[in-house]
Design a protein around this ligand. Structure first.
Ligand SMILES: CC(C)(COP(=O)(O)OP(=O)(O)OC[C@H]1O[C@@H](n2cnc3c(N)ncnc32)[C@H](O)[C@@H]1OP(=O)(O)O)[C@@H](O)C(=O)NCCC(=O)NCCS
Length: 195
C-alpha cells in the first residue's frame, strides 16, 4: 500500500493492489470476498459489545448490496483496510477515519474478529504497522482512538504501540477512554527502537 508522500498534510491515498506489511500481518484494501467474514463478525453480540456498536440483524443479501456500494464509492476521509496474516487469512479490519487535514489528525479503529488471533500480538502489530505507515507517508501529527473504559485488552494493546490516555468521553451511556499518539512521541520511540 502506498500512501503517497504529498506535501499537504493528511493526504492518504492507498493504491488498490498494494499492501502494507508488518511483522505478523499485512494490511490490504478491502474486497467483496471479505463481506462474509465482516457480516459474521458484525452479527456477533460479544464483538459488537466490545466495539460499542449494535449487533447486525439484517440478512446477508441486504448487507452484501450495501457492502458492494461502499466498495464502489469509498469515502474520502475513511480508509478501511483488511488485516491478513502473512498466510493470507483475513482475521479483522483496521480503519483510519475522521481524517482532518485542518487539524492534522485522524482516528484509528481496529477489530480482530477471529478470536484465535487474540492475545498473540496481532493487534499490536497491526496498530504499529498502521501508525508507522500514516506518520511516514502523511503530514498528520496526531492519531487517536476511543475504547470502552473496561476494554483492558484493547488498552494494553494500544499502550504497547505508544498510545497514552488523553481524556474520557461518554456516548449512549457508555464510558470511553481516549488515547493518542503524537508524531513527536512516535519519532522518539522509533529513535529509541533503532538505538
Ligand atoms: C483489542 C484487540 C484489537 C487487541 O488485539 P490483540 O491481538 O488481542 O492484542 P495484543 O495481543 O497485541 O495485546 C493484548 C494484550 O492485552 C493483554 N490482555 C488480554 N486480556 C487482558 C485483560 N483482561 N486485562 C489486561 N490485559 C489483558 C494480553 O495479554 C496482551 O498483553 P501482552 O502482549 O503483554 O501479553 C483485539 O483483541 C480485538 O479486536 N478484540 C475484539 C474487538 C475489540 O475489543 N476491539 C477494540 C475496539 S477499541
Amino acid at each position: 500500500m502506498n500512501f503517497l508522500k504529498n506535501t499537504a498534510p493528511a493526504d492518504f491515498n492507498p493504491l488498490d493492489d498494494d499492501v502494507i506489511t508488518g511483522g505478523k500481518i499485512r494490511l490490504r484494501v478491502k474486497k467483496l470476498a471479505d463481506a462474509r467474514n465482516d457480516y459474521q463478525w458484525q452479527s456477533d453480540a460479544e464483538l459488537a459489545r466490545l466495539d460499542a456498536t449494535r449487533t447486525l440483524i439484517i440478512p446477508f443479501s441486504v448487507y452484501l448490496l450495501d457492502y458492494a456500494t461502499e466498495l464502489r464509492h469509498p469515502k474520502s476521509n475513511r480508509y478501511p483496510l483488511a488485516i491478513e496474516t502473512l498466510e493470507s487469512r483475513h482475521i479483522g479490519n483496521c480503519t483510519c477515519y475522521d481524517i482532518s487535514k485542518k487539524k492534522g489528525e485522524a482516528q484509528l479503529g481496529i477489530m480482530i474478529g477471529d478470536r484465535d488471533y487474540w492475545d498473540k500480538g496481532y493487534g499490536a502489530d497491526t496498530v504499529s504497522t498502521m501508525t508507522d505507515h500514516v506518520f511516514l507517508t502523511t503530514g498528520l501529527h496526531r492519531l487517536y482512538l476511543k475504547t470502552l473504559d473496561w476494554n483492558l485488552r484493547a488498552q494494553k494493546c494500544f499502550r504497547k504501540c505508544g498510545f497514552t490516555p488523553c481524556g474520557e468521553t461518554k456516548r449512549n451511556g457508555q464510558d470511553f477512554l481516549l488515547m493518542e499518539l503524537k508524531r513527536e512521541r512516535w519519532e522518539k520511540r522509533r529513535g529509541g527502537l533503532r538505538g
